[in-house]
Design a protein around this ligand. Structure first.
Ligand SMILES: [Zn+2]
Length: 183
């Protein structure tokens, strides 16, 4: 899930919990400045906050910064996100920087949540070996071997050669069934 923060207009502030001298948008602000202005402090959904992986800072209708969220800090009933700015070559950056606000729900709330297609590949999911851990990929490093060897133990007497021969034979049979020559 991604969150979008919409910046208001430039306003000098005093006593800012993030130590800033101003908040809001000003013309020609850099992506770094947009992230600094946009990462806090907001009222965010306690349920959605832990699921937010990317943040987009929007001002005057266009995305000004795209960041990957790594953590957050609480400031009273508001939070500020910690994260790193993304740059060219990252799918989230390439898809949204400079583009129109992807949260187009008509709400005046500057904080909007959205599931974006480009972030799906980065979302944590259960490791497919069944270990119970989560991973950004199908398997944690090395766990694909664990998943395969579990099956070799369970179905092939722990003998990898039997497993390989079974795959080869199965594919050859499938090729015959489908009318193709086994390679
Ligand atoms: Zn695993």
């Amino acid at each position: 899930m991604a969150v979008r923060f919409r910046l208001g207009s430039y306003t000098p502030v005093e006593g800012d919990p993030l130590g800033r001298s101003s908040v809001g948008f000003f013309p020609r602000m850099t992506e770094e400045e947009a992230w600094k202005a946009g990462r806090g402090c907001w009222k965010m959904s306690a349920e959605k906050l832990p699921r937010v992986r990317f943040a987009l800072v929007v001002a005057e209708g266009a995305v000004r910064a795209v960041a990957e969220v790594t953590d957050f800090t609480a400031h009273g009933d508001r939070v500020a996100l910690e994260g790193s700015l993304l740059g060219a070559g990252h799918p989230m950056y390439d898809a949204y920087i400079g583009q129109p606000d992807p949260v187009d729900n008509g709400s005046m709330n500057p904080v909007g949540y959205v599931a974006l297609p480009e972030e799906q590949q980065f979302l944590m999911r259960a490791c497919a070996c069944g270990c119970g851990a989560t991973s950004e990929r199908d398997f944690l490093p090395g766990h694909e071997t664990r998943a395969i060897m579990d099956r070799v133990r369970e179905h092939f007497d722990g003998n990898p050669l039997k497993f390989v021969q079974w795959i080869d034979n199965t594919l050859a049979s499938a090729a015959i069934v489908s009318g193709r020559q086994p390679s």
